[in-house]
Each structure stands twice: as C-alpha cells, then as structure tokens.
Design a protein around this ligand. Sequence first.
Ligand SMILES: [Zn+2]
Length: 432
Amino acid sequence: MAKSFREILQQTRQEIREVDPQTAADLIRKGWKALDVRTDEEYSQGALPSAVHIDRGFLESRVEDVLPDRSEPIVVYCAGGVRSAFAAKTLQELGYEQVVSMSGGFNAWKDAGLEWKTPRVLTADQRNRYHRHILLPEVGTEGQVKLLESSVLLLGAGGLGSPAALYLAAAGVGKIGVVDYDVVDSSNLQRQILHNEERVGTLKVESARETITKLNPDVEVLTYNTRLDSSNVLDIISKYDVIVDGTDNFPTRYLLNDASVMLGRPVVHGSIFRFEGQVSVFWPGKGPCYRCLYHVPPPPELAPSCAEAGVLGVLPGIIGSLQAMEAIKILLGLGDPLIGRLLVYDALEATFRTLKLRRDPACPTCSEGAEITLVDYDEYCLPGNGGHGRSAAGRVDARAKESAGSGQPASSDGAPAPNAAGESTGASVSAV
Ligand SMILES: [Zn+2]
C-alpha cells in the first residue's frame, strides 16, 4: 500500500539520528562539518558560519565532490528539519559514516540565539561567468567566492604583467593592484597586450585599469603610478594577498624581496630573456627567498637590466600566464606552487625544466635572526642620467625596462656571469 508523506517522514526519522541546535553547535565546534541543503535563495539569506552548501536537489550528484571523505562526521540542516532528515538518510545510504540531522533546522538555530552569517554568494551573472571554474570540484562556488575576496598586486604593467592581469581579472580576483610609473610606448605593443595603439602616451596604470575593467567589472583596480621604493613598498604590498613580480630591474626585485620577507607575503617571480623564461614562487617561511640565491645585486655595470635586449613577444605571454596560474594556486590552496623550484622554459627547444632552489641558512634576509633594512639600490640601472629617483620625472628609458630577465638564477648550463657576490646555490646566472 502506498505510504503518505507523513508516514515516509516518520519512517525516515526512525532511521537517522536527530539532534537539537545546541547539540549541533557543540558537534560543529568539535569539528563536525555543517552541511546546508536549502536552496541557493534560502542559503543566501543566512547560514551557519562554517556551513558548506549543496541544494537538496543536487545532493546525490554533488556531495562526493564537496565532501569526499565519508568518515568525516556531518551535521546536515535545512530550514525546518524535514529536508535534512531525508538528506541524512541519503547520506547514510551513500556510505557517510556519521550523519545527524538538526531538528528544527536553521529557524530553530536562529531562535536559539546561535551565531549565523550572511554568506557571500554569487549572483546569477557571476554563476554564469565563472561556470567553468565552479564545475571544478577543487574550485567550486566556495573557491570562486574566495577569488572574488582575494587581492593580487602586479608589479609592472608590461610584458609579464599584461597576461597576468588579464587572466587574474578574467578569473575574478576581486582586487588587483597595478604598480607602474611608465607610459605606453608603441614599442611596448609587441608584447604588452594590456595596452593598445589608442593609449600610446597615456599612463600604463590607467591603460591597465581600463582594459581590466572592460574585461571584468567584478574586479576593483587600484593603481600606483609610482616607483616602488623603501618609503612606500611596505604600505603598498601589505594590502595584497599575493604579489606578482613582473619587474625588470634589480633595485625593485631586491626591495620587493626584503619587504615581502618582512610581511610574509608570497611573491610569484617571473623573468624573461630573449627566448628563455623563468618562474618561481618565493614564499617567506615556506622556501628560499631571492636573496638566498644571490645575496646582493650585481654591480651596476654588469646589471643586465640596464641593457637593451630583444625578446620574442609571446615569451612574456607564456611566463606571465604561468605567474597568474601560480598566484591562483596560492589563493585557492591548490596543488604545489613553485616554492623552492625554478621552472625554466626554453622557447626554442620547447622544453620546460625544473631546478631545485635551496634556502640559505646564512641568507641576509630570511635566515634566523636576520635584521632587514630596506635599501634603495638607486645607483643601479640608471641609463645615462646618473640620478634616477622618484623625483627624476618618474621613468626610465622604456626600452630598458623589461629587457631584464637575466641575472636571474638560471639554468645550470647557462653562462656563469654577473653574480656579484659569487655565492650561489648551484644555479648560475645567464648573461646578457
Ligand atoms: Zn633568504
């Protein structure tokens, strides 16, 4: 004989365990996972602070992706305790070992005066825009919300910063800062795809803002038309979760390194030279810093960033894209970022190699007890003017910018060259 709804509910309740909101709160405090099975609309109005959300209608198809560990104990809840009772039974049938349903649901939770939040949710437009991210169980809605709440600082809106900015913006990183004190030059357009013919002569940071905003209005763009120096570096980088280094000169690279160690900020390093590019992640406390590899910058006369060198325009596109990927991995806690590893791309051979980078226990910046003083290596890279500083009209020769890339820890078979300190770590330096 067919059963009524009431009978089915009653039978279901006998097959599961129910707890009141106070007990549920105690369990969640002990590490039980809170699972909200209400609709998107209900969830967006308010939910338990640590809840993960799967609409009851998608529970069977999605739960294994969201909660892959079947031994993890779960408190499931809905608005009043009915949908969660059925959900608890389903979870048991799917092999989840410890499941309880919260009687009275979210309404009873609120009535009991327990803590709740209004979760940040995606709008319908955002769910559509980031659909291919959300489909990835490793990202999902939660990861996308995290990206929207994240911030990345781009040092340089040039060859590396351009692709990084575009992909980070497209991915929905909510706040992107851009530091650059240069203007768009037509010779930039061979590789700096943030800019275009119409913007020649305008500030790169403004051009970047315009491009990013047109691509994705979800992104807040903050611009810094300034040269990074010891007086502003801490203030600027402290506002961001991850720094993407697309700079082209030693003074900034060393200054950034030291400041990022002081603040514990991860730096995604990228550099290019002719047909070769390199990427690494310097994350203070988790791996080596830049000074672990080269204690001090090379002497100015050997600093390759002062020279004009060619680069194939696609190369920074590839390296900057890799930097964007590493930044997103860091923001979402995905996979293995390039900490302690240098990825070397040889475009002519079409090969990638990975070199191990080691932390130097005697590093002047990140070793135990090291005292960090921020230094402006202003004497470096001063093409012909002998005094480039913040006051010096705010730009170096645009063509000298970004030609760098060398003087990096490079491939082990690269020409050993301008390593001023002579100390090294098995990685040598490629010469101009
Ligand atoms: Zn170090």
